[in-house]
Design a protein around this ligand. Structure first.
Ligand code: BES
Ligand code: MG
Ligand code: ZN
Length: 472
């Protein structure tokens, strides 16, 4: 899939040379005739190396047919890793076979980003297709240097795990099969997995989680994943991922078009599972507990209803307004479980929580809420390493007024306006003062507009979470 090589010992299907604008040099190992050919073509086609500009050249060198692309990366001063991701992904997405990449500047030989692009390009959800997607073998030429890019490979693998869990449809992934996957992955990568069944969930008083999931034939599970490898035992990071294996909307049923993508409503769960795989795989020296409330928001005669009043695990009574706002209910109990039963010292939750975040930020940027500036800053730095765009949203106290109920302690929705914020405010009511980050990935988890990720599941958050846990 991806290799870094120090010597070119064979021919490749394609040779890609990355160049900055107005800084084009021709490979000196070529024959004088070919150097002349390339010079003439560069002049004739007026190729200067503008961002995304492509010059294709085929020639014979020592009796071999060589296909070469010069790829413009734009001006060096305008360069950043998002340009790199965008241009290289775009060029390579039309290719197959074995590719050799070389660059005319150190900055263009970024093996971490290239490894990331390679795994993005080679991820295909083709489990159910007879004809499988073709893989691209990317070789990066870096002269005389031993490079360790195993972390990049591990992160690619973990991201693929998350993407595959999300892409698998709801007739395959339900609360029980998702639990089984978590168990398998825990064995493979080395973290402990405990699955609580519906009886245990009921006994713990997780009534919100039970209410959301009880109309499904596959009843809720609480997936608890522990990786305790920290030197500092005053710190235990809690990751919580929304694990709605399908969201019909419940009795407040979704229209068909909006329901169609709802197999992806467990993307938060998939990302925390993927992050746990990466953290354990790399033996990160931290204490992490990940919690997934896994359930399906289905419909039957026993479904929870608008108007119901349900007491959460932490004792607050919640008035149900709209059964389609189910994610925050399942998460609220999962957060209480993390705080009280696992004694985590901070919480990061990921959830495909609101359509409103799509209205606010589109499908490029994850909306993030936090009650802690320092933790938010760390998350922002972590996300930037991997080009995962986040933007901070407000949590002003005034928004809480929208959740006041006349019949219960709180209601779980606050109307259409500011819908992502009131959802976050609802969750904040369960964190019991701990540092907390909430990432609303409803726009970015599936069919995002990120230019270097294919359509379908994105695995957003896996790399950011890994880096957030590791680099503190
Ligand atoms: N899973 C949805 C949110 C969602 C929407 C995810 C689009 C991905 C793409 C969530 O459970 C939901 O239905 N939220 C409602 C809340 C509303 C009823 C207050 C929404 O956003 O419409
Ligand atoms: Mg819903
Ligand atoms: Zn949902």
């Amino acid at each position: 899939m991806f290799k870094v090589i120090n010597k070119i010992e064979k021919g490749y299907d394609l040779n890609v040379t990355l160049v900055f604008e107005e800084q084009i040099k021709i490979c000196e190992f070529l024959s004088p005739e070919n150097i002349k050919l390339i010079e003439r073509l560069i002049n004739k086609k007026e190729f200067t190396g503008k961002k995304g500009e492509l010059l294709k050249i085929d020639f014979i060198e020592r009796d071999n047919l060589v296909s070469m692309y010069y790829v413009g990366m734009g001006k060096e001063e305008d360069f950043n890793l998002d340009v790199y991701r965008e241009v290289v992904f775009d060029v390579l997405s039309k290719e197959k076979g074995e590719v050799l990449i070389s660059g005319q500047n150190e900055k263009l030989l970024n093996y971490n980003v290239l490894g990331e692009i390679a795994s993005n390009l080679n991820y295909n959800f083709d489990t159910f297709k007879n004809k499988k997607g073709e893989k691209l073998e990317i070789n990066l030429f870096v002269a005389e240097k031993e490079i360790d890019f195993s972390e990049t490979i591990a992160l690619g693998e973990a991201t693929d795990i998350a993407r595959d869990l999300v892409d698998q449809p709801a007739n395959i992934i339900n609360p029980i099969t998702l639990s089984e996957k978590a168990l398998e992955l825990g064995k493979k990568y080395g973290f402990e997995v405990e699955i609580l069944d519906e009886k245990q969930i009921e006994d713990l008083g997780m009534n919100l989680l039970m209410a959301v999931g009880r109309a499904s034939v596959t009843k809720p599970r609480l997936i608890v994943m522990r990786y305790l490898n920290g030197k500092d035992n005053n710190e235990k990071i809690g990751l919580v991922g929304k694990g709605l294996t399908y969201d019909t909307g419940g009795l407040c049923i979704k229209p068909a078009d909006s329901m169609f993508e709802m197999k992806s409503d467990m993307a938060g769960a998939a990302s925390v599972i993927g992050a746990m795989c990466a953290i354990a795989n790399r033996k990160v020296e931290k204490n992490v507990v990940a919690i997934v409330p896994a359930c399906e928001n289905a419909i039957n005669g026993n479904a929870y209803r608008p108007g119901d009043i349900i007491t959460s695990m932490n004792g607050k009574s919640v008035e149900i307004i709209n059964t389609d706002a189910e994610g925050r209910l399942a998460l609220a109990d999962a957060i209480t479980y993390a705080v009280r039963n696992e004694k985590v010292t901070e919480i990061v939750d990921l959830a495909t929580l609101t359509g409103a975040i799509l209205v606010a930020l589109g499908s490029l940027t994850t909306g993030v809420f936090s009650n802690n500036d320092e933790k938010y800053d760390l998350l922002e730095r972590s996300s930037k390493e991997y080009g995962e765009k986040i933007w901070r949203m407000p949590l002003f106290n005034e928004y809480e007024d929208l959740l006041k109920s006349t019949v219960a302690d709180v209601k779980h929705t606050g109307g259409r306006m500011g819908g992502s914020i009131t959802a976050a405010k609802f969750l904040e009511g369960f964190v019991e003062g701990l540092p907390w980050i909430h990432m609303d990935i409803a726009g970015t988890a599936f069919n995002s507009s990120v230019k270097w990720v294919k359509k379908g599941a994105t695995g957003v958050g896996v790399k950011t979470l890994y880096s957030y846990v590791k680099n503190r």
